[in-house]
Design a protein. Structure first.
Length: 139
């Protein structure tokens, strides 16, 4: 069995946003040479997420508005976590809802995604560099 590991780096200039990272993950798969196996993609930061869904701008706006209703950024005094000097208590909750990682089957050297499925990086406390791990195992 072969194993491949790569870190992808992101630095969004705004607090929240979504990036389609499917092309980068597919490029990792090509670099790995693995034809059959599994691909794990996960955020390495507790205020960011990796998830699978449709690449549709209206859906992304809906996610942003829905998450902001669930865990509004302000007032920052509502979150006990922010008493430590942080201002990102909401980002931790948003990450918990959206998830940490995705696992996708690798078949014939391709990510085995459904017709509309894409892999996304979700940022909830941006303006600094953050990592996403891509780990691929198989043969």
């Amino acid at each position: 069995m072969k194993s491949y590991r790569k870190e992808l780096w992101f630095n969004l200039p705004q607090r929240r946003g979504f990036i389609n990272i499917t092309p980068q993950v597919q490029e990792c798969l090509l670099e790995s040479g693995i034809q059959e196996g599994l691909s794990l993609t996960n955020s390495m930061h507790i205020t960011a997420s990796v998830f699978i869904n449709d690449d549709e701008p209206g859906l992304h706006r809906d996610y942003d508005e829905w998450l902001e209703q669930l865990a509004p950024h302000e007032p920052i005094s509502r979150y006990r976590h922010n008493r430590t000097g942080e201002d990102n208590g909401d980002a931790h909750l948003k990450r918990q809802v959206m998830g940490r990682e995705v696992v996708v089957a690798v078949t014939g050297g391709r990510l085995d995604l459904g017709p509309w499925e894409q892999i996304f990086y979700g940022e909830f406390d941006g303006r600094r560099p953050k990592r996403v791990l891509v780990k691929i195992i198989g043969q």
